[in-house]
Ligand binder design. Structure first.
Ligand code: ADP
Ligand code: ADP
Ligand code: ZN
Length: 215
C-alpha cells in the first residue's frame, strides 16, 4: 500500500511508520530524515537546509520535491511518506510524480493530536544513534535503561529543533502551510483520520483497522 502520514510535528507519524515498515514491509520515506542526512553529509543543499530547519521553518518546495523525486518508486511493498507533502505545492508536485512513475496513492492517514500533547512529546523525544528507533522520556522508554530495544545501541540523540521556541515555530508552520492539505485529500476521497491522542499501541490498532489490514 502507498500511504501518506499527515499530522503536526510530534503526532506519532515516524513511530507508526517505523512499526509498519517492520510489520508490513512498506518503506518509510521521511523527508526530515533525508534532509538530516543531507545536513550530515555537509553538501551545499544540506548547509542551506540546516539554517532553515534550525529555525523550524519549511525548506523550499523545490529542494524537497527534488529529493523525493529521486527516491520515490524504488519500493517493492509500498511506501509511507512521512513528513511530505507539507504544502499544497508539494502535494501537486507529488500528484505529477506519481503519474509519471505510474504509482497510485491508496490512503492519507491524518494523526489528530492536541497542541499541548505535541509540545510534551517533542520535548521528551530521543532516538537511537545507530538505528534511529524512536523513544520518549515517559511514553516510550527503552526496556533496559540506556540500551536500544531494537539494536542494542547505547548512544542516543536529541534533535536540536525539539526545543520550546522552535517547536512553536514548527506548529505554526503546520497550521498555516500544511493543514490546507486536509481538505485537499478529503476532496480526493483519500483522507482517514485516527485519534493520535491514544497510546502508541492503541494508535497502531486504529491505523491497522482503518486500513483494513487486521481486526
Ligand atoms: P512525528 O514523526 O509525527 O514527529 P514521532 O513518531 O517522532 O512523531 O513521536 C514524537 C514523540 O512522541 C516520540 O518521542 C515518540 O516516542 C512519542 N510518541 C509517539 N506516539 C505517541 C503516542 N501515541 N503517545 C505518546 N507518545 C507518543
Ligand atoms: P517532525 O515530524 O518532527 O516535524 P521532520 O523530521 O519531518 O520533523 O522535519 C524536520 C524539519 O525538516 C522540518 O521542521 C522542516 O524544516 C524540514 N522538512 C521536513 N520535511 C519537509 C517538507 N516536506 N517540506 C519542507 N521542509 C521539510
Ligand atoms: Zn537502535
Amino acid at each position: 500500500m502507498n500511504l501518506i502520514f499527515l499530522g503536526p510535528p510530534g503526532a506519532g507519524k515516524g513511530t507508526q511508520a517505523q512499526r509498519l515498515e517492520k510489520e508490513a514491509g512498506a518503506r518509510q520515506l521521511s523527508t526530515g530524515d533525508m534532509l538530516r542526512e543531507a545536513v550530515a553529509s555537509g553538501s551545499e543543499i544540506g548547509r542551506r537546509a540546516k539554517a532553515i530547519m534550525d529555525k523550524g521553518e519549511l525548506v523550499s518546495d523545490e529542494v524537497v520535491i527534488g529529493i523525493v523525486g529521486e527516491r520515490l518508486g524504488q519500493e517493492r511493498q509500498g511506501f509511507i511518506l512521512d513528513g511530505f507533502p507539507r504544502t499544497v505545492a508539494q502535494a501537486e508536485a507529488l500528484d505529477r510524480l506519481l503519474a509519471e512513475k505510474k504509482l497510485k496513492l491508496d490512503r492519507v492517514v491524518e494523526f489528530a493530536v492536541d497542541d499541548e500533547a505535541l509540545v510534551d512529546r517533542l520535548s521528551g523525544r530521543f532516538n537511537c544513534k545507530s538505528c534511529g528507533a524512536m523513544y520518549h522520556d515517559r511514553h516510550k522508554r527503552p526496556k533496559v535503561a540506556g540500551l536500544c530495544d531494537r539494536c542494542g545501541g547505547r548512544e542516543f540523540l536529541r534533535r536540536p529543533d525539539d526545543n520550546p521556541e522552535t517547536i512553536r515555530t514548527r506548529l505554526a508552520a503546520y497550521a498555516r502551510q500544511t493543514a490546507p492539505l486536509l481538505p485537499y485529500y478529503r476532496g480526493k476521497g483519500l483522507l482517514l483520520t485516527v485519534d493520535g491522542m491514544a497510546d502508541i499501541a492503541q494508535v497502531a490498532g486504529l491505523i491497522d483497522r482503518a486500513l483494513g489490514q487486521k481486526g
